[in-house]
Design a protein. Structure first.
Length: 546
């Protein structure tokens, strides 16, 4: 009996373990469906122009190619210190993981950068410097070197003698300061070259135009116009603006021709490819020379992810650049056209991939919901199955213990009274003179009935009349006594006893199911299997599989 109860418990535990294992696997699948790291990077641009548009496009492409999922939030200050400070604070409040910033000026933006850094946000300063040391990494081209190379180029073209005008970028910005220092240091080695004017611009074409227009007007009023050999704009746009101003002055441009009789020549910095970029302007002789100011947004985003992932990185990075003249402008444009073709192809692939990922994301949501429904159904089925097993076990234990393990002290007064009442009715109907039943009598009766059942268990032809005759009782007397004590009929208890013996034989012997069925009094193995399934909720073969 104990073996049977233990088996039912073990079978329940085994089923529960399997179900829990399946659910854990499904939950693990859901958890692992998206393991990609997600970063949010804020990009604070000091202005919005063609150079920064190109860099932003490279940042987006670089972010797309990262193994991590990178979201970029762009902000452009349009050369306003106040606006950039507000934008940086807003990016920090938005919960960015890293800040990329091109400070509008050296000192005015530093407090906002410091606040971000002090909150534990890594800061990459690019293209322009800050007066603070609170930054994680700095990446830029060498602005001093650019100014110096351009000064040496102009000096070589003038053979050490001539007159030059410089137009500087935004006052207080690090590129304007460093390019000016590099340019003037280069020309110090050529005392025959004079910088006759240093004009103030703000990186825009219009500022170059206005600065040159105002200076030319003053020179005309002073009636002291003298030849100009070169105009150096610290970027290509200001150089183009200055050239347009000189073409539109009232005094003929010829009056400003240089010592060699040539019209003034114009140089700039940026050397962007594409339409109206510095390289094309040099090829078309609008500019004499330019200097490539690399954007390298892909390199910038790689530096950002290295920092966020805790991978090695350089704190100071200087990007390579080169001088653009008519000698190499055409080749550079051809190379850029090929790169643009490849870039457009990648953009198309990117769009297709985005569409695919969007569809995949939708499918993942549907899959996640489906898995959730499946898990819910499994839990529901598991609950009802365990409830069913528990119900069967309780029923089995109640029925078996009632008959086989009942002791005199377990017989309650209520049961004894019920049996006495049933006996009284029986006595009146059968005119028997039996005495009222007590617990001791009940225990003796149960023992006799148990012995009678076990003795005839293998007899498939045994009937209730046979059991009653073995106990010297009538069929009605046996039925009423058994029903009063156990709540079950003799037939039900006989079948339960046979099934219990079948349990024991299946657990402890190698007999086949058919052999077990015959040994416990069933005339057909199929009927044994049917009764077994009804009693225990499983097939006889499931016992040995478990």
């Amino acid at each position: 009996m104990g073996i049977i109860c233990i088996f039912v418990a073990n079978k329940t535990n085994l089923t529960m373990k399997k179900a829990i294992l399946i659910i854990m696997v499904l939950l693990l699948f859901c958890a692992c469906a998206e393991k990609r790291t997600h970063y949010v990077i804020g990009v604070s641009q000091c202005s919005d122009d063609i150079w920064r548009e190109k860099q932003n496009a490279e940042l987006r492409m670089g972010a797309y190619l990262q193994e991590e999922h990178v979201d970029l939030i762009f902000a452009a200050a349009y050369d306003s210190d106040e606006r950039q400070v507000q934008q940086i604070d807003s990016l920090v409040d938005a919960g960015i993981d890293l800040l990329i910033v091109a400070p509008n000026q050296v000192s005015t933006i530093s407090p906002a950068i410091d606040r971000a850094y002090d909150k534990g946000i890594p800061v990459i300063v690019f293209e322009r410097k800050t007066s603070s040391e609170k930054y994680t990494a700095f990446i830029s081209a060498d602005n001093y070197e650019m100014g110096h190379v351009m000064g040496e180029y102009i000096a070589s073209q003038l053979h050490g003698k001539g007159r030059v005008v410089e137009i500087t970028g935004l006052k207080g910005s690090s590129p304007a300061i460093e390019r000016h220092n590099g340019f003037t240091d280069a020309l110090k080695n050529h005392p025959g070259i004079d910088i006759i004017a240093t004009l103030q611009g703000d990186w825009t074409e219009e500022s170059g135009y206005k600065a040159m227009e105002q200076w030319l007007s003053k020179e005309q009023i002073a009636n002291s116009q003298k030849p100009i050999d070169y105009v150096f704009g610290q970027n290509d746009r200001m150089a183009v603006g200055a050239r347009r101003a000189m073409q539109e002055v009232t005094t003929p441009l010829a009056l400003w021709r240089g010592a060699g009789g040539e019209a003034p020549r114009f140089c700039g910095i940026d050397g962007l490819p594409g339409k109206d970029g510095g390289i094309q302007l040099v090829r078309d002789s609008i500019l004499e020379a330019s200097y490539i100011y690399p954007t390298h947004g892909d390199q910038l985003i790689q530096l950002a992810t290295n920092i966020l992932n805790g991978e090695p990185y350089e704190k100071e990075t200087m990007m390579m650049s080169a001088l653009v003249t008519r000698d190499n402008a055409r080749v550079l444009l051809m190379q850029n056209e090929e790169m643009m073709r490849q870039s457009n192809y990648l953009d198309r692939l990117h769009d297709r991939a985005d569409n695919y990922l969007e569809q995949l994301g939708t499918q993942q949501v549907i899959n996640g919901m489906s898995i959730g429904v499946i898990i819910l159904l499994l839990l529901t089925i598991l609950f009802f199955y365990l409830y069913h097993l528990k119900k069967i076990a309780i029923r089995h234990e109640r029925m078996v213990n009632t008959l086989w393990n009942l002791k005199p002290e377990d017989v309650t007064p209520l049961a004894a009274a019920k049996e006495a009442e049933e006996a009284k009715v029986e006595e009146e109907q059968t005119e028997d003179s039996e005495e009222k039943t007590d617990p001791a009598t009940t225990s003796i009766f149960i023992t006799r009935f148990k012995e009678a059942v076990e003795a005839r268990l293998a007899d498939s032809d045994i009937s209730v009349e046979d059991l009653a005759a073995d106990m010297n009782l009538s069929r009605v007397q046996l039925y009423r006594k058994v029903k009063a004590v156990t709540g079950s009929s003799p037939v039900e208890l006989l079948r339960t006893a046979r099934l219990n013996r079948g349990y024991q034989l299946l657990l402890t012997t190698d007999l086949s199911i058919s052999e077990v069925a015959y040994q416990v009094g069933f005339t057909a193995p199929s009927y044994f299997t049917k009764c077994f399934k009804e009693e225990y909720g499983m097939l006889p073969g499931d016992i040995r599989q478990g």
